[in-house]
Design a protein around this ligand. Structure first.
Ligand code: 5GP
Ligand code: ZN
Length: 114
């Protein structure tokens, strides 16, 4: 999608601090971090919301979690713990309509989330 900022990060038209990439997904640091580690894992394919994930995307969504697992290991969070969050639509606080898995860590998290 030409007007999607995360598609532009995938294509390199918008810069990002990329810390993970494979054929299917990329991981980059959030512009407005909410924890010492705040990384966004996104598929290279444009999917707007969780509601738009199709049966054919099952493996791709798995790739997003495997990337998060790898990034967490790389930054030393596997044992300490970390949180993954994907917001869907307005009431959940989704602001960018290209699915992204937030990977948050490096501080104690509270529950329930706000
Ligand atoms: P959402 O609110 O949709 O779940 O999360 C969107 C996230 O994307 C926010 O945490 C926001 O800080 C981040 N974000 C928005 N635009 C950019 C950008 O251009 N670059 C980066 N690295 N992060 C962005
Ligand atoms: Zn997109």
């Amino acid at each position: 999608m030409t007007d999607c900022i995360f598609c532009k990060i995938v294509s390199g038209d918008i810069p990002a601090e990329k810390i993970f990439e494979n054929d299917h997904v990329i991981g980059f640091r959030d512009l407005n971090p909410q924890a010492p580690t705040h990384v966004l894992v996104i598929p290279k394919k444009h999917i707007s919301t969780i509601n738009d994930i199709k049966d054919e995307d099952k493996a791709l969504v798995g790739e997003m979690f495997l990337a998060a697992q790898q990034i967490a290991a790389d930054v030393g969070l596997s044992g300490r713990g970390y949180r993954t969050v994907m917001n869907c639509n307005e009431e959940a606080g989704q602001t960018v309509f290209h699915i992204h898995l937030h990977l948050l860590g490096g501080r104690a998290m509270t529950w329930p989330p706000g």
